[in-house]
Design a protein around this ligand. Structure first.
Ligand code: F6P
Length: 324
């Protein structure tokens, strides 16, 4: 293997740049030519591919976003789109790929490998942490700390006005950000897609809590099965029927996707990037380099996509127990 390419795809995540840097420099260290593909699969289809050097990734380890930009490509879902992408890779002589992204990215990479046989190793880049085969994904720790900072600030004003705040965090299909920011932020309730949300129970508990607490924080993952924080707030408000109580909603949104990556994310990203390139050199393909129990592990894309990553049961218990 002489030439490899790296790209970022799907939702960007803080730490993707640290991962790109690790891929480029590990490749160069091992004597490879490294290319960067702009805008993920979209750029692959358009041939937006450039040579990267050690200096191409200088001064990016601390930056959020991704210098290679990202996209969600519809065209790559078609056989014609994938053929165009393959032709561009061939014209550059690229023999291996490092795909940094989440489950959509790995689904595309798996199909592409099966059709065209270009060896591909993934790195888990998504703030959602919903990828099987790694304890944490790149960007998750930063997103949790961003959410936590917001929750701390909202807590100040919630307490000052005796208000109940519903704070919506990201997590389309998974409640990891909600759970960890909720524990760290001392939330009274955390509502996630993985567990059934019981409005009656929340109303009952809120009424009981009111005797000892005047303000409450309820963290809602955007993918909760009952709907958005706004919808859930309205359902609770209707049932509580207390005109003296003030309910507020804050949606944190894309603020969670930006910002300087934390040390944890930079280290994880660097480890995964190095492992992806060394995995390719060692002949690995169709798998993701992640970190479990502090060790680098390679997990087939099939499992990363197909196996559910479950919330830590102790975490859910903690939230209930500590909110009394
Ligand atoms: O997959 C990461 C994620 O941040 C989800 O939590 C969120 O629902 C989604 O991306 C938002 O995507 P977009 O930026 O395309 O609206």
């Amino acid at each position: 293997m002489k030439k490899i390419a790296v790209f970022t795809s799907g939702g960007d995540a803080p730490g993707m740049n640290a991962c790109i840097r690790a891929v480029v420099r590990t490749g160069i260290y091992h004597g490879l030519e490294v290319y960067g593909i702009n805008r993920g699969y979209e750029g692959m289809i358009e041939g937006d591919i450039k040579r990267m050097h050690s200096y191409s990734v200088s001064n990016i380890v601390q930056r959020g976003g991704t210098i290679l930009k990202s996209a969600r490509s519809m065209e790559f879902m078609t056989p014609e789109g994938r053929k165009k992408a393959f032709d561009h890779l061939q014209s550059h002589g690229i023999e291996g790929l490092v795909a940094i992204g989440g489950d959509g990215t790995f689904t595309g990479a798996k199909v592409f490998f099966e059709e065209f046989g270009i060896p591909t190793v993934g790195c888990p880049g998504t703030i959602d942490n919903d990828i099987f085969g790694t304890d944490y994904t790149i960007g998750f720790d930063t997103a949790v700390n961003t959410a936590l900072d917001a929750i701390d600030k909202i807590r100040d004003t919630a307490a000052a006005h005796d208000r109940v705040f519903f704070i919506e965090v990201m997590g389309r299909d998974a409640g990891f950000i909600a759970v960890e920011s909720g524990i760290g932020g001392g939330a009274e309730f955390v509502l996630v897609p993985e567990t059934k949300t019981d409005i009656n129970q929340i109303v009952k508990s809120l009424k009981n809590l009111r005797k000892s607490k005047s303000s409450s924080i309820i963290v809602v993952a955007e993918g909760d099965e009952l709907g958005s924080a706004e919808t859930i707030m309205k359902l609770v408000k209707e049932q509580i029927q207390d005109p003296t109580k003030d309910f507020k909603v804050t949606t944190l949104g894309h603020i969670q996707r930006g910002g300087k990556p934390t040390a944890r994310d930079r280290v994880l990203a660097s480890r995964c990037g190095m492992a992806a390139v060394e995995g390719l050199i060692a002949g690995k393909t169709n798998c993701m380099a992640g970190v479990m129990n502090l060790q680098v592990v390679y997990t087939p894309f099939e499992d990363c996509i197909g196996k559910p990553k479950t919330l830590i049961p102790d975490h859910l218990k903690l939230i209930n127990l500590l909110s009394i």
